[in-house]
Ligand binder design. Structure first.
Ligand code: IMP
Length: 188
């Protein structure tokens, strides 16, 4: 059990299991993208740890670049997607793989895909560490999902609660008593 700001969290997925999940995904990408020299577009801040670990297991020639998008504050979605920042690479005719920490409602990814397609890439796929299938509100086809999780607030391995808690090797979720509080407050 750890405390981050005013909340308690417990381990949901161990560090070892996360690495196994990522290795499966990397193996698929190595096979699917052989000879294609993909360009990974990692979404900051949350995807930094997933990106670092995934790319250590990607053995084919590739490039990586980083963009910033924000649609979340605290524990509930603001429903607003801010501007996409920092896209410097030339995407034209490239095979793009977007790297995201978590797809929740799918709003962030929908906006990002819409923006990136304007650059006329050869192909675009999404690789996400986590997917909350129950929460999807936008029709999205996500080719690479390392792990599906229920509708519960998670933290660690790059994901934050109000900016804190990103720096763990494991994935944490709200401790059981807190989940009850959250659902009563209707903020999840
Ligand atoms: P979406 O636009 O609703 O799919 O939300 C995507 C973004 O919300 C992610 O990139 C995360 O930054 C954030 N997010 C969604 N669920 C969680 C969570 O359980 N913990 C921490 N951040 C989350």
């Amino acid at each position: 059990m750890i405390q981050v700001k005013d909340r308690h969290f417990e381990v949901m997925v161990s560090a070892e299991q996360l690495q196994k999940d990522i290795a499966v995904l990397a193996a698929r990408i190595n096979e699917d993208y052989a000879g294609k020299e993909p360009l990974f577009v990692a979404v900051l801040n949350g995807a930094f740890m997933f990106t670092a670990d995934l790319l250590k297991m990607v053995t084919i020639p590739c490039e990586v670049t980083f963009v910033k998008v924000a649609s979340y504050e605290g524990m509930s979605s603001t429903g607003q997607v801010e501007e996409i920042l920092g896209l410097e690479a030339d995407l034209t005719n490239r095979h793009i793989i977007i790297l995201e920490d978590i797809v929740d409602t799918g709003l962030t990814m929908t906006e990002l895909l819409r923006n990136l397609r304007d650059f006329r890439p050869a192909s675009v796929e999404v690789a996400t560490l986590l997917l909350k299938p129950e929460c999807l509100k936008f029709p999205l086809s996500i080719k690479y999902v390392a792990r599906e999780i229920p509708n519960i607030f998670v933290l660690g391995f790059g994901l934050d609660y109000d900016g804190f808690g990103r720096n763990t090797r494991e994935l944490y979720c709200l401790a059981a008593p807190e989940i009850k509080v959250q659902s009563e407050l209707n903020i999840l």
